[in-house]
Every structure is written in C-alpha cells, then in structure tokens.
Design a protein around this ligand. Structure first.
Ligand code: BGP
Length: 469
C-alpha cells in the first residue's frame, strides 16, 4: 500500500539498543556469580568464549555514558540469573543485586528507560544439572527469580521481557549452546521444555501485574514472516506450517493462553505432545502480556517437502533455512541478498512481520533486536566506516515507519547491539554494535571503546525522531 503522507514515529518512541548479559558483561565468575549453561558449554572452534566478552561489568559507567551521548531513550539488557541466584534458587547474592541496581540507576540518571530481559539463554548450570527445563521445578525457580527481580528492581523498571527467543532455544538450542546434543528423544523433550517455559512465563507475567501494577511485561521471541516459495497452494500450506511451528506457537500461547491448533496436531502426529498437569492450561490463560516484544533479523521462505527427500538441508541457526520432511522445506529467497554470515536481508519483510503480528494480536509491539552482523575494520585514526550497517538499519527504520502508517502500534525499536559483543556462536568477529570494542577472538587487547560511523548516524536518527535517516 502506498501512502500519501507518512505518520511520524509516536511521541515518546523508545529509540534504544540491546545487549544480553552473557554476551557483553564478562566477569563470568566474579562477585559470587554462579556458572550458567553458557559458561559450562563448548564454543565453536576459532571463536571466543564469554569469560570477558566486552567487559561491560567493569565498564558499565563508561558504556552508559556513551549510550547517553548517542541519545538512547531506552536500553534493553538482560539480567544474569546466576548473578542473582548463583545456583538458580536459594540465597540471593547481594553483589548481583548491587550490580543491576547500579546499572539501572546509572541509566535513569541519563533518562534512559531500562528494558529488562529476565532470561536470555543463560540458565543456571545448577538447574541444568537437575534436568533444566525438563524438570518442572525449574518453573518454580523461575517464578521465585521473577519475584526477586520485581521486588528489588520493580520500583524503577517499567518494561520487562520474560524469556528471550524461547522459539530459538527450542528450534536451534544446540547451535546457540543451550541444549545438550546427547538428549534422548530430543524433539519430544524439547516440546516438554517448551511447555514448562510457557508456564514459567505465564506465572511471571501474572506476578508482575500483582507486584508492579504500573509496569508492563511481554514475551520476546524471534519472529519472521514466512513466504511461500511459489503460489502453488502446497507451498502456501508449507509456509503456513513453518510459520505456526516457528512463530505462532509461542505468541498464541503467550497472548491467548492456548496452543496453536496446527502445531498441536503436528506434535500429535510426531509424538511430541507434552505431558501437562490438570491446571496447566488455566495457568497459561491467566498470564497476559501487555505488549509483544520481538526480535527480527529476516524472513524465511518455504516450499512443499515430500517425505522421500528425508535428511537433506537440516536446520542450522536462527535465520538459515530449516526443513522438516513432510512439513516444510526452507528455500532461499531469490529476491534477497545475504549478509557476510549468510542471513538474508529483508527490510520489507520487517513491515510484513510487524503487520502480521499486530493484525493477529492487536497489542503494542516493541522491537527488541534487529541488526547486521559484519566483519568491521578499525582503520587508522580510530575510524570504523560501517556504511553497510547504516544502510541496513536505515532501510529497516523506513519500513517501520511505513508499518506505523499502516496502523501498527509500534512503541520502540532497539537494534542489536548497543555495543560490540560476542555472537551466540560466531565469536566477536561477527560485530553488530554502534560502538567498537577493541579486541579479537583470543587477544583481548585494551578493550577500548570507539564510536563507529553508525553511532553518529543513529544519534541523528534519534534526535530527529526518525525524520533524518
Ligand atoms: C538473537 C539473540 C541474540 C543475538 C542475535 C544475533 O538470536 O537473541 O543473543 O546474538 O540473535 O545472533 P548471532 O549472535 O548468532 O549472530
């Protein structure tokens, strides 16, 4: 749809940027922090671990000052569960509370709105040893952790995100490093874990409303509109299968408190249906989000997949094609170019995705990730010319404005990432930040911060409320 006039970004729009605790903080075993599944995991050869990351734990003041200089209105970060509860439950670690109190206060002193993810991939290892999300007790542990967060930070944090990319943990957990590869009957077990996470999320949303009546809370999955490869009705069905399995399962459960019907029959067909207690569905119904946060990197395209082509083209990571014989086959989209890391770039798909989510759920939307991973180069004179990143973000922000003009209630945009950090499985060389961190995979150098060209560009965007792109 063409528009004669574009609506402006709303007043108070949350222009922000994002990070997650384990990818940016470092200090992996300091001040009483316990190990998480990430700390105990293995890293792909040639890529850094997360022990020091961007050393934000020690440099948060300098970083927040830079965020303020960039003009951020919001900063989306995650709290490391293992800093608050080193073993997932038990005694609260006062040093963990202190760190996030300091960070939140520092942000507020610059009028930057904290947007807090409660759990971003880094489950406490002590809980994992007891079965992780396969164990129902982890639901109680999460509820108790949520209660602690609301108690200590709820007076100042007004935007909460429950679980980052639950769908990616279920579909690509091994790649991300949160799922052990030796799980028996893995698929069934993963859908059981999913069920438990949905319950934990519903309980946290409920609790948030009870304890912090003026705060808002929502889920934060990774959502990608799915295109059919052709207008062959069979391809359209395959795209719909993938979209239900990858997208709607998670949001239908969070918003409507019920399972998506197509996914339920898919799970029945495959023998993946989770075991549920009598009142589980009531718990799901009781938790209601105030908004939907989601991460968007690209769209996906799907075609019909016959059973006979079994085994081919298996899932790889968050944005690469995945396939399941008899259900859908991920195929490349010939209209789209790819990043240096093979992810298709689709700004118009961003508008499509925003519209699909809004039309389906009618809740305010908050974009909590979107960005370009690239090999940046530090040039002489402390310069990083990341024009490709500016181009990527500019195109996406343009589409966000078109979506707003289409009627979507978008309340904020937080690209990934505020500052360089370690990628989930491709090291520090896959950079996303507005601020360069001077280190490489194994040489920590001086970790100094250098503003990229995109830093200055984004500052202007925010300053002009999205008018100057
Ligand atoms: C999302 C995660 C982030 C982040 C981002 C980029 O899936 O929520 O933690 O890292 O994708 O992905 P990657 O680091 O794999 O490039």
């Amino acid at each position: 749809m063409n528009h004669k006039n574009l609506k402006p970004f709303p007043k108070g729009f949350l222009w922000g940027a994002s990070t997650s605790a384990y990818q940016v903080e470092g200090a992996w075993n300091e001040d009483g922090k316990g190990p998480s599944v990430i700390d105990m995991g293995r890293y792909p050869e040639g890529t850094s671990d997360f022990k020091v990351a961007s050393d934000h734990y020690h440099r948060y003041k300098e970083d927040v000052a830079l965020f303020a200089e960039m003009g951020l209105k919001a900063y989306r970060f995650s709290i490391a569960w293992t800093r608050i509860y080193p073993k997932g439950t038990g005694e609260v670690n006062p040093k963990g509370i202190e760190f996030y109190n300091n960070l939140i206060n520092e942000l507020l002193s610059y009028n930057i709105e904290p947007i807090v993810t409660m759990y971003h991939f880094d489950l406490p290892y002590a809980l994992e040893q007891k079965g992780g999300w396969s164990n129902k007790e982890t639901i109680d542990a999460f509820e108790n952790y949520a209660k602690t967060l609301f108690k200590y930070f709820g007076d100042r944090v007004k935007y909460w995100l429950t679980i980052n990319e639950q769908n990616m943990m279920i579909l690509h957990g091994t790649t991300i490093g949160v799922t052990s590869s030796d799980m028996k009957d893995a698929q069934r077990e993963l859908y059981q874990q999913n069920h438990h996470m949905l319950l934990a999320q519903a309980k946290a949303m409920n609790l948030c409303h009870a304890m912090c009546p003026d705060a808002k809370i929502g889920p934060a999955p990774n959502i990608a509109a799915v295109y059919p490869a052709t207008c062959n009705p069979e391809d359209v069905l395959a795209a719909s299968n993938l979209s239900s399995i990858r997208n709607w399962l998670y949001l239908d459960a969070a918003v409507f408190g019920r399972y998506n019907s197509v996914v339920w029959s898919y799970m029945e067909e495959k023998g993946y249906t989770p075991t549920a207690d009598k009142n589980d569905m009531d718990i799901l119904k009781e938790g209601k989000p105030d908004f939907i946060a989601f991460n968007y990197y690209s769209t996906l395209t799907a075609a019909k997949y016959e059973d006979k082509s079994k085994g081919e083209n298996q899932a790889s990571d968050q944005q690469t094609e995945m396939s399941e014989p008899g259900v859908y086959k991920g195929v490349p989209n010939p209209y789209l170019e790819k990043t240096q890391f093979g992810w298709e770039m689709d700004p118009v798909g961003f508008r499509n995705t925003l519209r699909q989510i809004y039309e389906r759920y009618n809740l305010p939307l908050l974009v909590t990730e979107n960005g370009l991973g690239a090999y940046d180069k530090l040039e002489e004179g402390e310069i990083i010319n990341d024009d490709y990143r500016i181009d990527f973000l500019r195109k996406h922000i343009k589409q966000a404005r078109l979506a707003i003009t289409d009627g979507v209630n978008l309340i904020g945009y937080c690209p990934w990432s505020a500052i360089d950090l370690v990628s989930t499985h491709q090291g520090i060389s896959k950079r996303y930040g507005f601020i360069y961190v001077n280190r490489d995979e194994f040489d920590l150098k001086d970790l100094r911060r250098i503003k990229k060209k995109s830093f200055y560009w984004y500052k202007d965007v925010i300053n002009s409320n999205g008018e100057k792109l």
